[in-house]
Design a protein around this ligand. Structure first.
Ligand code: MG
Length: 362
């Protein structure tokens, strides 16, 4: 039975007017899902503005703290505090599994950093006192137990952020081990495919997906704008395939990715960019695959590094598994401990990539 748009509480989900949802499900599920989506989009759009402000102040923050990493630290904490506050305002108690915790900021020698975080949070919450701004960071200390929670990577792609390249703000809602909703803020990724990834776009893009309802893109500054459906590039041949790579060699075994590309005689230029923006560029058909090989045998992926990106790619038509072909298991706490690495690609290319991996590396 087709869902009737007139009963949908939000245009954001109403746009999926041909979704095969029963009327009963529409009544009981759609309002809550639409409400989560609306709040998540608003929170990420606002957080993108906070991150942009911090990025624009990078030199000033570095000068004050004498620490090259301090700008991303300020953005990490401020974005987590802001998103936690926005979710709490809307939903009351927030089961949020965030990457950051405020304890390092409370050290005696962190005063300058702490002030910069509070100043960034107060841009969105003008009346908030500094203690409450700092306490908001630790609203993200939920331990990934229970039936349902949110997970957040406030700044995914640290090096990209510091370099002025690509980074992502990543928020997802997980229920009983399944990612149901994902929003990716990509403040430096524009809609123009011809723009180089290291040339920051002035507007940026929000990507989102709800399970069974497709994947969409919006300008990062306009969370209420009409979303545009996105879709993987269908039917691109293996010889034309573009594979995403991390800019930072430490994040994935790029030699393994290159060996696979050579084995498959792939001539497409690699797409090099940081963060979960890689899932988004596959989802919108700009690239065709994202492979992530663990750099050590004991490395385990974190849920916030993949939850939002994986649902955006899947809902756009990609197949997402680990490098052994196993589905990503989000039901084991804060890590993907049942999985090794990531393989995300159009289904016909995914099969070829995993077969090549099995031949070359077992
Ligand atoms: Mg992070």
């Amino acid at each position: 039975m087709l869902h009737d748009c007139r009963h949908c509480v939000s245009k954001l989900l109403a746009l999926r007017c041909n979704a095969p949802v029963s009327n009963q499900e529409a009544i009981h599920i759609m309002p809550l899902a639409a409400s989560r989506l609306r709040i998540a989009l608003r929170a990420i759009a606002e957080a993108s503005a906070i991150a942009r402000h911090v990025q624009a102040s990078t030199h000033q923050i570095r000068r004050m703290t004498k620490d090259d990493y301090s700008p991303v630290t300020v953005a990490d904490y401020a974005v987590q505090a802001h998103i936690a506050l926005r979710l709490q305002e809307e939903f009351g108690t927030v089961p949020l599994v965030g990457e950051e915790s405020a304890k390092d900021l409370l050290a005696n020698n962190s005063g300058v950093l702490r002030d910069a975080v509070v100043e960034a949070v107060q841009r969105a919450w003008p009346g908030l006192n500094s203690n409450d701004a700092l306490r908001a960071i630790d609203l993200g200390e939920h331990d990934a137990s229970g039936d349902a929670y949110w997970t957040l990577d406030p700044i995914d792609g640290t090096k990209g952020f510091l370099r002025g390249g690509q980074y992502a703000i990543s928020l997802a809602y997980i229920e009983r081990g399944t990612v149901l909703l994902g929003v990716l803020g990509c403040p430096n990724l524009g809609r123009d495919f011809s723009r180089a990834f290291d040339q920051p776009d002035p507007t940026g893009t929000l990507f989102y997906a709800a399970r069974g309802a497709g994947a969409y893109a919006l300008p990062a500054s306009q969370p209420e704008a009409n979303p545009e459906p996105i879709r993987i590039a269908d039917g691109r041949s293996v010889s034309e395939m573009r594979i995403c790579e991390s800019v930072e060699a430490a994040h994935s075994r790029q030699d393994a990715t290159r060996e696979i590309a050579d084995y498959l005689k792939t001539r497409g230029a690699p797409a090099r960019l940081d963060s979960q923006c890689k899932y988004a560029v596959v989802a919108r058909g700009q690239a065709d695959a994202y492979l992530r090989f663990p750099t050590s045998a004991d490395y385990v992926e974190k849920i916030w590094d993949h939850a939002a990106g994986s649902i955006v790619a899947e809902e756009a038509g990609a197949k997402v598994t680990d490098i052994d072909g196993l589905p990503l298991d989000f039901g084991r706490g804060s890590t993907l401990q049942a999985n090794r690495g990531i393989a995300c690609a159009a289904p016909h290319l995914h099969a070829l990539l995993l077969a090549a991996k099995a031949t070359l590396f077992g």
